[in-house]
Design a protein. Structure first.
Lengths: 103, 228
């Protein structure tokens, strides 16, 4: 079943890459649609970030003092100023680990 | 006039700075896949068959959390729908190619490669073989992605569970959108999506992962109407 899902996901993804290049006339995609597609990353990724930070493994809200909240806040600040992918991830993880294992 | 191999090489060089984010991201993708309990072969198969970092992580996270195949596949489709935009822009430069070549080159259309290709080709309007530049960026990114996910898969089997590497998932996605945090319209869409996901989290079949982006895109659409 997992193999099946991977292959179908692969086909779907390949189609998203190939459709406008090889199949569909690019003018089919109106300016409105293009403008909205610009926001796909902003619309998709917070739906993974927010639950990953604010919910625990059992799907209930964590407390405001949870190490994940501190980790995410530090990553957010570091990311905003550095604009670096590695700095964002490492600052978040290391501050999270520092709170969990040291404090 | 530049030879085909020179144009290809220029594409390769253009994406090198992106390796600073692509390689760690690939390592994390591989390591998280193993951490979530997937067979190493399956984790690698996502890199080869799906070949889209963010969607691979979400795919594995959803399946390991008990989501149905339908939800996992649909989320991959939603996340990767942005490629439609890349394809629409790049198709102008690929018009002269035959159908088979178009099918081949499409596999290598990725975020960073698109960004660099679009920039370069716009600045060099009378480039004779622009598709070699696109291929140069895409093939280079492809090789680095395959190698870094494999390294991550190997590394992942040594990382102890207690470390809580799962927290790297939200952080990785935060890192992806960090460049858009200065754009208020994008931040608005992000907040809509984030709060929608918290409210819709208990919706059946983990459908929050698809419903929240839809709510956010509708908000974006309404926002665009008011902006004008």
């Amino acid at each position: 079943m997992t193999w099946f899902s991977i292959i179908v996901s692969g086909i779907v993804t390949y189609f998203s890459r190939m459709a406008m290049v090889a199949l569909i006339d690019r003018d089919m995609l109106g300016t409105k649609v293009k403008e909205v597609l610009n926001y796909v990353p902003a619309a998709v990724f917070p739906a993974i970030i927010f639950p990953g930070v604010f919910f625990n493994d059992f799907g209930s809200l964590v407390e405001i003092t949870d190490p994940k909240i501190y980790g995410a806040m530090i990553a957010l600040i570091v990311g905003f100023f550095s604009r670096s992918v590695i700095a964002t991830i490492l600052s978040g993880l290391s501050s999270y680990w520092f709170i969990v294992f040291v404090i | 006039m530049l030879s085909k191999s020179k144009i290809f090489f220029k594409g390769t060089v253009a994406v090198l700075p992106h390796m600073l984010s692509v390689i760690p991201f690939g390592i994390i993708t591989g390591a998280i896949g193993v951490e979530l309990g997937f067979d190493p072969i399956l984790v690698y198969a996502t890199s080869l068959i799906i070949f889209g970092g963010a969607s691979q992580i979400i795919f594995m996270q959803l399946l390991s959390g008990g989501a149905s195949s339908l939800i996992a596949i649909t989320s991959v489709g939603v996340i990767n729908s942005r490629h439609l935009l890349y394809g629409a822009v790049l198709s102008e430069y690929l018009e002269k190619l035959n159908f088979i070549k178009k099918l081949f080159i499409s596999y290598f259309i990725v975020d960073q490669g698109f960004a660099e290709s679009n920039k370069y080709i716009k600045q060099n309007k009378n480039l004779s073989n622009p598709h070699y530049y696109i291929l140069g960026t895409g093939v280079t990114l492809w090789f680095c992605w395959q190698l870094s996910t494999i390294s991550g898969i190997i590394l992942g089997s040594f990382i102890p569970d207690e470390l809580g590497l799962k927290f790297a998932i939200p952080l990785t996605f935060l890192a992806i959108i960090v460049n858009d945090l200065r754009k208020l319209d994008h931040v608005f869409v992000m907040l809509v999506s984030g709060f929608a996901s918290l409210i819709l989290f208990d919706a059946p079949f983990k459908s929050y992962i698809i419903l929240s982006p839809i709510v956010a895109l509708i908000a974006a659409f309404i926002m665009l109407r008011f902006k004008k």
